[in-house]
Design a protein around this ligand. Sequence first.
Ligand code: NAD
Length: 461
Amino acid sequence: METTNATRRRGRPRKNVSKHEQRLMTAILNSNVTIGVVGLGYVGLPIALEFAMKGFDVVGVDVSEEKIKALQGGKNYIQDLSNDDVRTVVKKTKRLTATTSFKALSKCDVIYICVPTPFTPNKDPDISHIVNATQGIAETLHAGQLIILKSTTFPGTTEKYVQPILDATKFKVGRDYFLAFSPERIDPGNTTWTTKNTPVVVGGVTKACTDLAVAVNKHIIAEVVPVSSPAVAEMEKLLENIFRSVNIALVNELAQLCDRIGVNIWEVVEAASTKPFGFMPFYPGPGIGGHCILIDPYYLAWMAREKDFVTNFITLAAEVNESMPFYVRSMIEREVAKQPVTLEKAKILLLGMAFKRDVDDLRHSPALKVAELLIEDGMQNISYFDPYVPTVRVHDAVWESRRTLTPAFLAKQDVVVITTDHSSFDIDMIVRYSKVVIDTRNATKHIKGARKNIVLLGDGK
Ligand SMILES: NC(=O)c1ccc[n+]([C@@H]2O[C@H](COP(=O)([O-])OP(=O)(O)OC[C@H]3O[C@@H](n4cnc5c(N)ncnc54)[C@H](O)[C@@H]3O)[C@@H](O)[C@H]2O)c1
């Protein structure tokens, strides 16, 4: 009878522990393994750094020559990481080496795959980076290696797309090489919950795969939670992100209703938050962005369609969230219409281009979408200020951030829009000197008294 992945990973004690599993487990427990990380971005570099700081030899592989050159020079390019730590592990202790060559992975015992999982222009999943990275790993795959996929993806990716590429070598999963999915939970900009103290989930193709992946993760993460399969781990990650997407969509919809009925949605959410159980606050805004919350729900919706199933919640949430930049555009144009200036000539200042507070990540930023929509409407005098984003491409043009924000410049603008609530923004100065401030983040909530020039998304005043 054929042994399926499902029967191989059932939790009963295993009689036949392979010599490769035994050897790898001993090496992991003795901290005597070399770690490989494929994809050195927001997810991969922090993992590489954690292991290198713990004294492991780490090989980082990325297709971006720019990133590899920076790392080889000891230069950090991820905002949350310490420049000193990166320089130390590259230049001083030499624990971290970086290369564009997959051949370097041949000396690794454990390899994390942390490559992007974007969508196509039609919003179908694009797992080509995962496939390419796996093919690179397969070229030097050898017995005793553990591969851990971290990239967020639809259930079944690990076993249906990654495993077949590795199985095409002469090695057998669970006996010779080991494969698991362990989704990433890093929240860039969050200093409370970091790689170290945020629990992670692990689902291996076999029980041996899970055990090994749990053991190695424990070196850098305080709590590791095993689950029964890669598909469970893949699905739970999507649940986390869809949960956020749906709840944000709910308050975004209610914010639009509140605008019609003159009730402040922010006050409503604060009031509801006083309930000590059964409620978790989510806040409206100009839309959702980043590499996760916006994209991941589409991965599941695509997969569901294949099974003749429509994920109505996901689709509706995406529709509401993606309408928000359009809603902000109409708020801006309404404020312009109240002034003696044409749309073409109106001076609009967008405060914040990054997709969320205090980060430099522009991916799918709603502020960028707002800028694009205003350009499409013929506006020609738009500028932005974002201390984290020196330049940005809007359609075909490259815009530069203003270096500073002065009262004189604010006073010259017809409409100022708080698109991202970076904590360094001097909100009092912004409100004092601007003619009109459209606040999409409730950044002005502390301002008491006359708020006549503030137009707050979701309060209908
Ligand atoms: N950024 C986050 O906050 C976050 C959080 C949780 C999960 N994730 C998930 O983690 C994955 C990675 O996200 P990220 O934000 O680190 O992306 P990123 O774009 O910051 O980094 C990915 C890196 O992989 C490299 N790369 C692409 N194809 C490659 C290949 N074939 N071989 C080697 N390197 C390759 C890119 O050059 C890039 O440096 C995604 O699936 C994402 O959904 C991201």
